[in-house]
Ligand binder design. Structure first.
Ligand code: PMP
Length: 410
């Protein structure tokens, strides 16, 4: 029995009662990020470890106005139970935005409102994965998806991610070798790597899936955060009947309202709605009404442009400092959007050791191993740039580079 199974299955109360849990819990990793965030709560620490949107860009006054309006105009309805699928005008708003941003024809009937887009991943796992099913995922992959899917006990097939997207040759090989239920990926400003798939890569991946019995789950949590305001095609454009898209208001409105959605073809939607019903009846209806009120009365496009400009400046500053200060053997991505830079350390340098050393200098970084389902990534780090001021980025990258330079000396 592994150590993890022992500690989970053998937790004892002072009365001697032994708590036991479903076997699936032992297979699900605890979020390492949440553990690290506990360490970094100290305000003195410059944290590149988390993944929070910049709090200065959260429009508290706008949300207050929207909340007051909803409660004043329709409070009794907004505080009542509602439908599982979600507030229809909000679903229509999302559908219209897909048309405007990506030229996609999506019916509101194909949209289900969820409790953040994280819930989509749980629901997708619930309706698509039986224990032992094969799931392909990016390497490195989004930790929240690894955690959500792990509860349904799949066999993961990590596929290498390059600066221009997924490795098509390895993906083709995985598709041939195993009956893959679905591929899960984040083609826009991926978490953790910051990579955006090129248009050609999207076409390549779609072609590999055409005619196959494999779905594609496109997590588009960062789709609106491209620094140039540019939108690359969704996989739905190439494979409308095989693509599920997940979306979120967390990065453009506020994560605390926990509003996300999933777009799926009708047969899948039917199953997702059943799973959602069983899990929480429906998403917070008051939040849905507030989000809709906000989105239709405030200038969301201008707000998104402000977020893009701020994150672009912060990302550019971080990357330029890294170019200037890091040893040449350190590699890192240049994100076109999102919130993260991904670092690969020189051979033989452990990211866990970098984490420990730089924490002594009040800087927190995130070792990359939790983003690997195969134990890899020991020489990688994820750096968040959205939640640090330019001063903190300057100071933090300076200290991080010094630590890595010291460790890199022969
Ligand atoms: N997908 C990705 C790729 C993410 O980075 C996140 C947030 N860390 C989520 C989904 C979940 O976000 P939310 O539930 O707030 O929509």
């Amino acid at each position: 029995m592994s150590q993890q199974t022992l500690s989970k299955a053998g937790t004892k109360a002072s009365s001697g009662y032994k708590y036991t849990f479903a076997a699936r819990m032992a297979k699900t990793p605890k979020s390492f990020i949440r553990e690290i965030l506990k360490v970094t709560e100290d305000p003195r620490i410059i944290s590149f470890a988390g993944g929070l949107p910049n709090p200065e860009l959260i429009d508290v006054d706008g949300v207050a106005r929207a909340t007051a309006a909803v409660l004043a105009e329709d409070g009794r309805v907004a505080l009542q139970y509602s439908t599982t699928e979600g507030y229809r005008p909000l679903r229509q708003f999302i559908a219209d935005r897909y048309k405007k941003r990506l030229g996609l024809d999506i019916s509101p009937d194909e949209i289900l409102i969820t409790n953040g887009s994280q819930q989509c991943l749980d629901l997708i796992g619930k309706v698509l994965i039986s224990a032992g099913d094969h799931v392909a995922i990016e390497r490195p992959g989004y930790l929240g998806a690894i955690q959500a899917f792990s509860l349904y006990e799949p066999v993961f097939h990590p596929v290498l991610l390059h600066e221009d997207g997924l490795d098509p040759a390895q993906f083709a090989h995985e598709l041939k070798a195993n009956p893959i239920r679905f591929f899960y990926g984040v083609p826009n400003s991926q978490n953790p790597s910051g990579v955006t798939y090129s248009e050609q890569r999207r076409k390549d991946i779609a072609e590999l899936l055409r005619g196959k019995n494999t779905l594609l789950v496109e997590d588009d949590a960062y789709g609106e955060l491209n620094f140039a305001g540019k939108s690359l095609p969704s996989f739905r454009q190439y494979l409308p009947e095989q693509t599920i898209i997940t979306g979120s208001f967390s990065k453009i409105l506020a994560p605390g309202i926990r509003m996300g959605w999933v777009v799926a073809p009708p047969a899948i939607m039917e199953q997702l709605v059943i799973a959602k019903q069983a899990s929480d009846l429906h998403s917070n209806y008051l939040s849905q009404r507030i989000a809709y009120e906000y989105l239709t009365h405030e200038d969301i496009d201008t707000k998104i442009r402000v977020i893009q400009a701020r994150y672009k400046a912060q990302a550019e500053l971080m990357v330029s400092l890294m170019k200037e200060l890091m040893p040449a053997s350190v590699r890192f991505t240049t994100p076109q959007g999102g919130m993260f830079v991904w670092v690969t350390l020189p051979e033989g340098i452990s990211s866990m050791e970098v984490f420990e050393r730089v924490l002594k200098e009040d800087v927190a970084v995130l070792p990359g191993t939790p983003f690997y389902t195969d134990g890899g990534g020991k020489d990688t780090l994820r750096l968040n740039f959205s939640n640090s001021s330019p001063e903190k980025i300057r100071a933090g990258i300076g200290r991080l580079a010094r630590v890595i330079r010291d460790m890199d000396r022969p």
